[in-house]
Design a protein around this ligand. Structure first.
Ligand code: NAD
Ligand code: UFG
Length: 328
């Protein structure tokens, strides 16, 4: 299939582009490079440096490239910034997505795959998190993603659009061959920051909160390999052949790991000591978030190739060790 990957130069999108190629699809990337890296996309992949809000250009692109399905990874995703400066989040995550969906309607492209997040659940009522739990985000980032989920339901109902919305837990790891990996600027995610502390690129890692009601007092998260995420997306394509499909899936390993466990795992994988500092809680962090992904496994035949966080960290470690300055 000819697949437009919006945000395909970013971390998860660029890994998905490779998985699409491996599965025999033809990816075409659109990315305004506000984040993301041109070098993350192979030279033979068609690349359009456009903003999703540019309606005319998007309509032209969808039409000329004869796009059959759109995968949408493009968004702003700094939770803290979304609280202090929400305008750009509503603009880029909610409004730009509406523009993209409008362009799809104008051209008659009816299949859509969306990057949602477990942040739409806020502080969950129970664990592990199943898709039917109430969604009440505790920050504007999560709210913008929930807004899009609602928009998609309405578009499926009214216009027969088919979509799969994937609620990722913590995306982690890098391509097995070490050629691409995570390079956010600024970086806020735990695993790359711990690796930077191990290699001396950062002075230390701050543990945000050691008094949570968890076994070792630090937050529990569900770190899922970026290639496992991509494979779930592609596995949903056949289901989107039917008009008006509305699919929601959690994607995580189901295995919670604490911040301290991640630090210990990075030390074991790298053979280096990680200097750490115990710091106060970070605002807006729920104590524990981990997925029940049995729906994706049952309905999509999704299987984890990285069920163990140590294997995921090994791939991240290789990428960071061999590319200490990321893509530059
Ligand atoms: P990323 O920042 O690495 O990638 C996003 C890409 O989208 C960037 O290359 C950026 O340049 C591009 N982009 C942003 N706005 C654009 C616009 N208006 N027009 C064109 N391009 C635009 O982010 P990521 O970590 O790869 O995350 C991908 C998606 O997954 C995001 O939607 C994010 O909210 C979601 N998500 C990520 C995680 C995680 O752990 N990284 C967890 C849950 C959900
Ligand atoms: N953490 C630290 N020190 C750091 C960075 C993080 O202790 O320097 C802790 C956090 O407090 C949290 C855990 O490590 O407990 C993971 O934090 P990340 O920032 O790596 O990830 P989050 O769980 O906050 O956020 C990620 C994605 C979001 C997504 C969210 C859903 O970044 O896009 O998962 O929970 F919405």
């Amino acid at each position: 299939m000819k697949v437009l990957v919006a945000g395909g130069a970013g971390y998860i999108g660029s890994h998905c582009v490779r998985q699409l190629q491996a599965a025999g699809h033809s990816p075409i990337v659109v990315d305004n490079l506000v984040f993301g890296h041109r070098q993350a996309i192979a030279a033979d992949i068609p690349f359009y440096p456009l903003d999703l809000g540019d309606h005319k250009a998007m309509v032209r692109l969808l039409d000329q490239e004869k796009i059959e399905l759109v995968m949408h990874f493009a968004a702003f995703a700094y939770v803290g910034e979304s609280v202090t400066d929400p305008r750009g989040y509503y603009e880029n995550n909610s409004v730009a997505t509406l523009r993209l969906l409008e362009a799809m309607l104008d051209v008659g492209v009816g299949k859509f795959v969306f990057s949602s997040t477990c942040a739409t659940y806020g502080e969950p009522e129970k664990l592990p998190i199943t898709e039917d739990l109430p969604q009440s985000p505790i920050n504007p980032y999560g709210q913008t993603k929930l807004d899009v989920e609602h928009m998609l339901k309405a578009f499926a109902h009214a216009y027969g659009m088919s979509f799969a919305a994937f609620r990722y837990f913590n995306a982690a790891g890098a391509a097995e061959d070490g050629s691409i990996g995570e390079d956010h600027n600024p970086e806020t995610h735990l695993i790359p920051l711990v690796i930077d502390a191990a290699t001396g690129k950062r002075e230390n890692i701050k543990i945000f909160g050691t008094d949570y009601p968890t076994p070792d007092g630090t937050c529990l998260r569900d770190y899922v390999h970026v290639d496992d995420l991509s494979r779930a997306h592609i596995a949903a394509f056949p289901l989107l052949e039917n008009k008006g499909q509305q699919l929601f899936y959690n994607l995580g390993t189901g295995k919670p790991n604490s911040v301290r466990e991640i630090i210990t795992a990075v030390e074991a994988v790298s053979g280096l000591k990680v200097p750490l500092v115990e710091a106060p809680r970070r605002a807006g962090d729920p104590p524990a978030l981990y997925a029940d992904s049995s729906k994706a496994m049952r309905e999509l035949g999704w299987q984890l190739q990285y069920p163990d966080v140590t294997k995921t960290i090994e791939t991240a470690w290789r990428w960071h060790r061999d590319h200490p300055n990321g893509f530059v």
